[in-house]
Design a protein around this ligand. Structure first.
Ligand code: URA
Length: 247
């Protein structure tokens, strides 16, 4: 059997690669003198180590690769996607309990957005989902103020001009429309800050409610608000398929 090549990484990347913590947390661990490599306390996170060769310890305990975990959360409105909030607001980690020790979110949802948010300690998987080249579709259910007309939908489909450049083509499906409200789904492949809200504003309306209902072909389904569940292998591969809805 061919042996895997040894991986060389800076210590912050190495700890995150092992699924032990995020890179930011690794920096904190190093700065506070809790990490040793081959018996020596490390103070500089830019030092390179070789995984599988160098002996890495945190708080005098051997740093071993953690089992890979993939978790879906139905994020409620009112929670921020961060581990610690300087303003003391509720965070998604309040909902993860013990699991949160190891996991980092794959992307983020605004405080006012609800829906499907994934967490993992598999940094390669997270990078594949997030990199723009992968074009993983995120599908949102939007309740917009007023009547969004067909021409506005066409513009959303083609792409609209935002302050940080034009958006890529999107899939849009109208669900219900009245004078006061328009309910539709939009599937986008980018993940820019407040992108859906800004796209809706660019066509002259405003988001009233926003929920992410799918990532690729992985649907939020019946997961209750505020609850988590672990994903099986088959479900993880759904993330890279396009979702059947939103024409
Ligand atoms: N687009 C937004 O505007 N907000 C989100 O939370 C996600 C996508």
């Amino acid at each position: 059997m061919r042996k895997q090549p040894l991986e060389r990484k800076t210590i912050d990347r190495a700890l995150s690669r092992l699924g032990l913590c995020s890179r930011t947390e690794a920096l904190d661990l190093v700065r506070s003198g809790r990490v040793r490599v081959n018996g020596f306390v490390l103070r500089d996170a830019s030092i390179w180590v070789t995984l599988g060769l160098d002996q890495i310890e945190i708080d005098s305990r051997r740093a071993k690769a953690q089992e890979k975990l993939y978790v879906a959360l139905h994020k409620p409105v009112g929670y921020v996607t961060t581990r610690r909030d300087p303003e003391g607001r509720k965070t998604v980690y309040d909902l993860l309990g013990e699991l949160g020790t190891w996991l980092a979110p794959i992307g983020r949802l605004d405080r006012d957005t609800s829906g499907l948010l994934l967490f993992t300690n598999d940094t390669d998987f997270a990078a594949r989902v997030l990199e723009p080249r992968s074009k993983v579709e995120k599908r949102y259910r939007v309740e917009a103020r007023g009547r969004v007309d067909d021409e506005a939908f066409e513009r959303l489909r083609r792409g609209v001009e935002l302050a940080d450049g034009p958006t890529a083509p999107a899939r849009v499906e109208l669900l219900r429309r009245s004078k006061e409200r328009t309910l539709f789904e939009i599937a986008i492949t980018e993940g820019r800050n407040r992108q859906v809200r800004r796209m809706v504003e660019a066509v002259g309306s405003k988001v009233h409610k926003l929920a992410r209902v799918a990532i690729g072909a992985l649907e939020l389904g019946s997961l209750a608000v505020g609850k988590t569940r672990e994903l099986e292998g088959r479900e993880r591969s759904l993330v890279h398929r396009s979702s059947p809805k939103a024409t």
